[in-house]
Write a protein that binds this ligand. Structure first.
Ligand code: NAD
Length: 474
């Protein structure tokens, strides 16, 4: 790729300040397939200066100008979408059947929703004798993970552009290539120089420099709770706003009146989404005690029905996990599940049979998982489902809320009165009822250690805005 060893700063592809590089490894083959430049604090500083210079003009651009820009980005994205999907599949092993559908759709529906919201968004409102203005917060630092790579980037660049902020993006060092394509799209779309800047590199170097930079006004971060804590600490000295979308250990409650055949199949698919690496996945399946055996059998069968193989093959439903570290961690957690007495009913440790290379994990299901077990508590980030029995609805709520996280919860059942009541009891930022389609206008974010703030839709705009009260304005 032409721009892999460059950064996009001030509307140009530039040489990095140092000559540090890193190899990218295809998780399905364990082979090196590209080399990228790794940035430094100096590169970040250059990018921040460019973003700061661009801010006065861009923050005053009209809504019409910004809508026009978003429409141009949308059109170029559509031209390059297949290439983006293939790049993501190579970078992080997402099955091509998902990268060419759900991932691209995510970018498209969020762009369309952003344009629609922007058309009607009130950047000023009257309140008593005051006019309240909602103004772009300034230069924003965007730090994104590898698991939904371009998708996460879109949920940050869209509100930044829509509200008139300028930005410095640091994508995951494991998935930088789709971000480079995005920078090429921004360039071709005519995004003014300095409005969008891209610096690749390590979290503890480039991410840290962004978090600490005195001239960055806000950091929007998606990733692990571990990194979220560090970013919040680093940002504290300059009182930056930090919006953080972090990890989860979400419950999926199957009610007694659900159709178990379809409910359990879709619960397993939800847990194994993106090769078991979705932040809001229902990784703890909660079923009525009287239906535990039935649910266990169905879940094991659904897990075993997965097609493992090359993510580039359209038949593949489950690809590898991201890298060797992630593979080792998932193996260790599966072994811990066994050691702590959970009942292994599908999968287990070791590579799946017939697979010689790649970070593939056997689709794994544990039943009789008890509160307190490690696999009940910790985010695993691999295709591992835990099933826990509940006695009654109060018990289901108690178990669902028994976590330091609070990103999402899922409920499947028929009685909508019960579902509505239950959804109000759950301490989670999103409650998904009966596996709904994604709603790009719904706010997304977590309670507790799953983060602060909300992305997407109109709520997502507000994170990028400062509030100014002009009192006595009439
Ligand atoms: P990660 O935290 O390791 O990395 C995410 C990003 O942060 C990367 O760009 C990384 O380079 C950077 N980073 C790491 N340490 C940093 C530091 N000290 N300072 C600044 N930046 C730093 O996460 P990951 O492994 O890329 O992604 C998986 C995690 O992301 C999971 O925990 C998952 O639940 C979470 N996630 C959350 C959401 C959400 O919306 N809540 C969405 C997707 C993923």
């Amino acid at each position: 790729m032409e721009h892999a060893t460059k950064f996009y700063i001030d509307g140009k592809w530039v040489e990095p300040a140092s000559n540090a590089t890193a190899h990218l490894i295809n998780p399905a083959t364990e082979e090196v397939f590209a080399t990228i430049a790794m940035g430094s604090a100096e590169d970040v500083d250059k990018a921040v200066k460019a973003a700061r210079r661009a801010f006065p003009a861009f923050s005053k651009s009209s809504v019409e100008e910004r809508i026009h820009l978003l429409q141009k980005i949308e059109a170029i994205f559509l031209r390059r979408e297949r290439e983006i999907a293939e790049t993501v599949t190579q970078e992080m092993g997402m099955p091509i059947s998902l990268s060419t559908t759900g991932l691209l759709d995510w970018c498209k529906v969020h762009t369309a929703a952003t344009i629609e919201i922007l058309k009607n968004f009130q950047f000023a409102e009257k309140l008593g004798t005051t006019t309240v203005y909602k103004e772009p917060i300034g230069v924003v630092g965007l730090i994104t993970p590898w698991n939904w790579p371009i998708g996460q980037i879109f949920t940050k660049i869209l509100p930044a552009l829509a509200t008139g902020c300028t930005m410095v993006l640091k994508p995951s060092q494991l998935t930088p290539l789709d971000a480079i394509i995005l920078a090429e799209i921004m360039d071709e779309a005519g995004v003014p120089a300095g409005v969008f800047n891209l610096v690749n590199g390590e979290g503890r170097v480039v991410g840290e420099a962004i978090s600490q930079h005195p001239d960055i006004d806000m950091v929007s971060f998606t990733g692990s709770t571990r990194a979220g804590i560090q970013i919040s600490k680093s940002a504290a000295d300059t009182i930056k706003r930090v919006v953080s979308e972090l990890g989860g250990k979400s419950a999926n409650i199957i009610l007694d009146d659900a159709d178990f055949d379809t409910a359990i199949e879709s619960a397993v698919a939800n847990c194994f989404f993106i090769n078991g690496q979705a932040c809001d996945a229902g990784t703890r399946l909660l079923v009525p005690r009287t239906r535990l055996e039935e649910a266990t059998k169905l879940a094991a069968a659904a897990a075993n029905a997965n097609v493992l193989g090359s993510p580039a093959d359209p038949k593949t439903t489950l690809g590898p996990v991201m890298n060797a570290n992630q593979f080792a961690r998932v193996q260790e957690l599966i072994q811990t599940g066994i050691d702590e007495g959970a009942r292994l009913v599908a999968g287990g440790t070791g590579r799946p049979e017939g697979i010689e290379a790649g970070y593939y994990v056997k689709p794994t299901v544990f039943s009789d998982v008890k509160p307190g077990m490690t696999i009940y508590r910790e985010e695993i980030f691999g295709p591992v489902l835990s099933i826990t029995a509940y006695e009654d609805l109060d018990d289901a709520v108690r178990i669902a809320n028994d976590t330091v996280y609070g990103l999402a919860a899922h409920i499947t059942g028929k009685n909508m009165d019960t579902i509505r009541k239950l959804s109000r009891e759950l301490r989670a930022g999103s409650v998904f009822v009966n596996s709904p389609d994604w709603d790009p206008k719904a706010p997304f974010g977590g309670y507790r250690e799953s983060g602060n703030g909300r992305e997407c839709g109109e709520y997502g705009f507000t994170e990028f805005l400062e509030i100014k009260a002009v009192v006595g304005h009439g």
